[in-house]
Write a protein of this length. Structure first.
Length: 140
């Protein structure tokens, strides 16, 4: 499905790059629903491309993101969180309409990765916890 945002293509790409930079820096962005529909697949493609952390990934990050702090944050904080994840990195949630022009708003945020533990690991963790001592009864 072709998405239409009424803007020239170079402005549209710059706007997507700017929103992606803000998403990386603040980990959540509130925007109109039409722009969010374009931002979610763009950001998921970006994170899937740079997941390897090799030289090519760094070149893609430098050419896409507009801020050096965002580039550093991607490689130092965000990608280590998603090292086991192979699916989407971003989700969109509808929020209240904007005051003034009543435009539908959507919040685009990074997904917190789930940590799935095996049943054996859970049992080992519970066995390692020290059991609380029972209070002794005093007879007077």
């Amino acid at each position: 499905m072709y998405r239409v945002v009424r803007a020239l293509s170079d402005f549209q790409q710059t706007e997507l790059r700017s929103q992606l930079t803000s998403l990386v820096l603040y980990e959540a962005v509130t925007t109109t629903s039409a722009k969010a529909r374009n931002l979610v697949p763009f950001s998921n493609r970006f994170f899937n491309t740079i997941r390897n952390k090799d030289l090519g990934a760094k070149k893609v990050a430098h050419s896409t993101l507009l801020d050096k702090k965002a580039i550093a944050k991607v490689f130092e904080e965000i990608l280590p969180r998603y090292k086991d994840s192979e699916t989407t990195f971003v989700r969109s949630l509808k929020v209240a309409n904007r005051k003034g022009d009543n435009a539908p708003q959507t919040m685009v945020a990074l997904i917190a990765p789930l940590k799935v533990e095996s049943p054996k690991a859970v049992e080992a963790k519970e066995a390692a916890k020290p059991k609380a001592a029972k209070p002794s009864k005093k007879t007077s």
